[in-house]
Design a protein. Structure first.
Lengths: 319, 271, 276
């Protein structure tokens, strides 16, 4: 019978390793061409030629009439049916079923992987909002800028490195001095303009520098540009939902749940330094004699006293 | 009687060739994925014959969402989510980028249109009673979509970083903060700190671009799957309403449940 | 025929629906899809039209997108966290929530307005199919549903409209109205300083005047306060301590403005005779 008429599948030559050797030879030639054309490339060519000849011989052996040993494909002996009856079958003698072990360990490992991925990511997403809160110190300029008894609308940046996004406003009044334990200490009323209802910017109810005929003071300190605009407020009001406050920050009308927050302050080298804010339930008295009912800083809308404070038992850390 | 077939004309042959050319890639794809069959099922499934114009509101909402998604992706190529650059990047988009004013305008007004259409669609579904058995799950998915849509609007509103954006977000976050017990924690998480800052903007950007659209797309796919599976309702006032109990010929007794003999005026049923 | 349980009846109706659609339904494409396509085209056209109108009406006058055209300016002022003159408002689709917050004015009830009422409303909305269990879909036979829907739509619409028109009339807005007041009330020059003080001192948070301001806590309209001829001295005393002159008045004291400014205010109030 003519080799060309035989169906190809029946007489494929037995697989040999010569092609691998040939490929190695070609690879060595290419490497040699790059690394060292004088010695390595010829070595590679030699290998390629030798294995190439052997490969060609094996591939064409039947064409040339040599018989090749053809092994018929044999199937494995039939396995006894009982052993492949289903995945619930247990080989006799095992105490812990294999498939159960695989199921549990798959779920378990899956859970471990899920945890390994989720926990750091969740921590990354959630924790930075709560940890590492910065403590801000803002230099508001020399105390002499603040005339006694005069309110100023002060704008400043709590963190100049962050830029405009850290701009804040406070209503500042120099109350003169007050006697604390026999010593005279300066007294300032520094009220934050974030409404205690939902955080809208509170406005001063009263004429400002333009109408009063007084000039706005501009300073430049380590905390960046500071603006002090004189104002004569009869109180403060919020444009969002109608909250009204008196000049000590106590709520007089509307939905705010407590008084306006205040800034803690220090006087260092004759300069007024603002620290962080604190929350105020209410204020008795005025000016330098004011009794401020002080709490840790909490968010707008949260009660700090009264029965409603049980609604906010644990607060996230503030500075 | 034997039928003699005349040989096909030239135009018929050309038509057959064209059909074969079109069908060849479709059959290739179908054999390897089954997708063409799915699309055909979606397109040619039966819907009640009396479906109403009001029932286009759902697909109209989907169109509005797609407009938002496409314009949003394009805007994201020019928008810079930092407090220092956000406002100026939007000025750049509006004034200098070719047709940037149109893409920005479409995105801004598309948001309002999307929300209006969602409410109208919800009203239509309520009107038709199409939230009743077996479509309860679809209603729940729909309300979740409404919620996601409004959150998408809320997070997107901050991105221009102008006065309206900043202060509306201050109030919105503090609103969440007044919720008892967990409110302050949620508010601080949303803000990325005690006060709104650069972290707030990037956080809202991530939610607006990735988290909420991902949720919306997943919910939309579920919503559409349920619509195809459970079918579209007929208007409740329709005489031909699919599923209405039919009465047989003389109108005296209802048919046993499950039979669908059509109402025939006067004479008995035909089929 | 035996009486079916509710569950069997529900399933039977759905079975009938499926069979009806199979027998007499029409293919989605092209019948229903045609309607969908037309409507989608309308939606896209409306969005493009709105974007274009926004552009042209805000850009045309000064070529910089700041004109308050038909649909508002293209650019609002950049964010200023330290502002004292801005009036915050949410996007229009949150106006109903915004106005709800103004309704819940009492501090004890704040969390009701912020989270209580909206959460209850959302729960009612999402669980609708679980408490409306009847199979009836015809509107004429669903009175509770129809009434509920009408009330909901009306209240949302009213809350939204009131939220849109709510004004808080503080210094930053009202000062611009003073020239109008001078003209409408024929105010003499001596009354103008008092008019400016009135505009910025927060009076309009509770009093209305020539259409500006809000009406809060029972404060009267002051457009024609001068016709009551209460006299300059009375006005000054009242402003210094309203509850001394008018027991029970919630009006705060304005003594801190100083004698001269109180006098200016009194002159303005006495000159406000209700104009033409």
């Amino acid at each position: 019978m003519n080799p060309e008429e035989m169906p190809e599948q029946e007489h494929l030559p037995k697989p040999t390793v010569w092609p691998i050797g040939f490929a190695i030879g070609i690879a060595v030639v290419l490497v040699g061409l790059i690394v060292d054309p004088t010695y390595i490339a010829p070595v590679g060519a030699l290998i390629a030629i030798v294995f190439g000849v052997l490969w060609a011989r094996a591939a064409t052996s039947e064409l040339r009439g040599r018989t090749t040993a053809i092994e018929p494909e044999r199937r494995e002996a039939q396995v006894a049916p009982a052993a492949v009856s289903g995945d619930g079958a247990q080989p006799a003698g095992e105490r812990f079923p294999r498939n159960k072990f695989l199921e549990l360990s798959t779920l378990g490992l899956g859970g471990v992987i899920g945890g390994l991925v989720t926990v750091p990511i969740a921590g990354f997403a959630v924790l930075p909002s709560f940890l590492g809160q910065k403590h801000h110190r803002t230099d508001l300029g020399p105390v002499s800028d603040f005339a006694e008894g005069q309110w100023y609308i002060s704008t400043f940046m709590t963190d100049p490195a962050e830029g405009e996004v850290s701009r804040r406003t406070a209503f500042v009044r120099n109350n003169g001095t007050t006697t604390v334990e026999g010593k005279a200490e300066p007294s300032f009323t520094i009220i934050s303009n974030h409404c205690a209802h939902l955080g809208c910017p509170v406005q001063a109810n009263g004429p400002t520098g333009a109408i009063l005929g007084m000039k706005t003071i501009s300073e430049h300190t380590v905390s960046g540009p500071i603006k002090l605009e004189p104002v004569v407020p009869a109180g403060f009001g919020c444009p969002c939902h109608g909250g009204q406050y008196d000049t000590e920050g106590n709520r007089t009308a509307g939905p705010p749940v407590r008084a306006l927050d205040r800034y803690a302050f220090e006087i260092i080298n004759g300069r007024l330094i603002l620290l962080g804010t604190f929350s105020v339930a209410h204020v008795d008295g005025t000016g330098a004699q004011a009794q401020i009912h002080k709490y840790k800083s909490v968010g707008p809308g949260e009660h700090v006293d009264g029965w409603e404070q049980i609604l906010y038992p644990i607060n996230p850390p503030h500075n | 009687m034997a039928v003699t077939r005349r040989p096909p004309t030239k135009s018929e042959v050309r038509k057959q060739q064209m059909m074969a050319a079109v069908n060849f890639p479709l059959d290739w794809l179908e054999e390897r994925s089954g997708l063409i069959g799915g699309v055909k099922y979606f397109l040619f499934r039966k819907v009640p014959s009396d479906t109403n114009w009001m029932q286009t509101l759902g697909s109209a909402t989907l169109t509005a969402f797609i407009v938002q998604a496409v314009t949003g992706v394009i805007l994201a190529m020019y928008y810079k989510p930092t407090p220092g650059d956000a406002y100026s990047s939007i000025q750049n988009i509006t004034d200098h980028v070719t047709m940037g004013w149109l893409v920005r305008g479409m995105h801004k007004w598309g948001a309002s249109v999307f929300i209006i259409l969602m409410f109208l669609h919800m009203g239509r579904v309520f009107l038709f009673g199409a939230y009743k058995y077996p479509r309860e799950l679809n209603w729940v998915v729909g309300v979740l979509l409404l919620l996601m849509g409004m959150l998408e609007g809320f997070t997107g509103y901050l991105l221009p970083w102008d006065q309206t954006a900043y202060w509306a977000t201050v109030v919105g976050i503090n609103l969440n903060g007044t919720a008892p017990f967990l409110g302050p924690w949620l508010a601080q998480f949303l803000r990325g700190g005690q006060e709104i800052g650069a972290d707030t903007l990037t956080r809202f950007y991530s939610m607006h671009m990735l988290l909420i659209p991902g949720a919306i797309i997943g919910l939309i796919l579920l919503h559409l799957y349920l619509v195809v599976r459970l079918g579209v309702t007929s208007p409740p006032w329709s005489k031909e309403e699919a599923g209405r109990e039919r009465v047989d010929g003389d109108g005296s007794r209802p048919l046993p449940s499950g039979l669908t003999k059509p109402v025939a005026r006067g004479a008995g049923g035909a089929k | 025929m035996a009486v079916m349980t509710r569950r069997e009846a529900k399933r039977a109706q759905f079975g009938r629906y499926k069979a009806d659609v199979k027998d007499r339904g029409k293919p989605f494409f092209p019948y229903a899809m045609f309607h969908d396509t037309v409507m989608s085209l309308v939606v896209v056209s409306v969005i493009i039209a709105l974007a274009s109108i926004w552009k042209w009406t805000s850009w045309a006058p000064h070529h910089d997108g700041t004109h308050q055209g038909l649909l508002g300016p293209e650019y609002a002022a950049p964010a200023d966290p330290g502002t004292t003159s801005f009036v915050p408002r949410p996007d229009w689709y949150f106006y109903f929530l915004f106005y709800l917050l103004r309704i819940f004015k009492w501090p004890d009830s704040v969390f009701l307005g912020t989270v209580g009422v909206p959460t209850i409303a959302l729960i009612l909305l999402i669980s609708l199919p679980f408490y409306d269990l009847s199979r009836e879909r015809r509107l004429s036979r669903r009175p509770v549903a129809v009434v509920g829907a009408v009330l909901t739509i009306l209240s949302m619409a009213i809350l939204t409209w009131k939220g849109a028109t709510a004004k808080e009339a503080l210094a930053s807005e009202v000062i611009a109205d003073v020239p109008h007041w001078v003209q409408a009330q024929h105010l003499p020059p001596a009354a103008v300083p008092g008019a400016k003080l009135f505009a910025v001192a927060g009076c309009t948070a509770c009093h209305t005047y020539l259409g500006t301001g809000s009406s809060n806590l029972g404060a009267p309209d002051l457009t024609a306060i001068g016709t009551r001829n209460l006299g300059i001295q009375f006005q000054i005393r009242h402003l210094q301590c309203p509850s001394c002159v008018n027991p029970g008045s919630p009006m705060p004291k304005f003594a801190s403005l100083g004698t001269k400014r109180l006098h200016d205010l009194a002159v303005f109030l006495e000159a406000s005779k209700g104009g033409k």
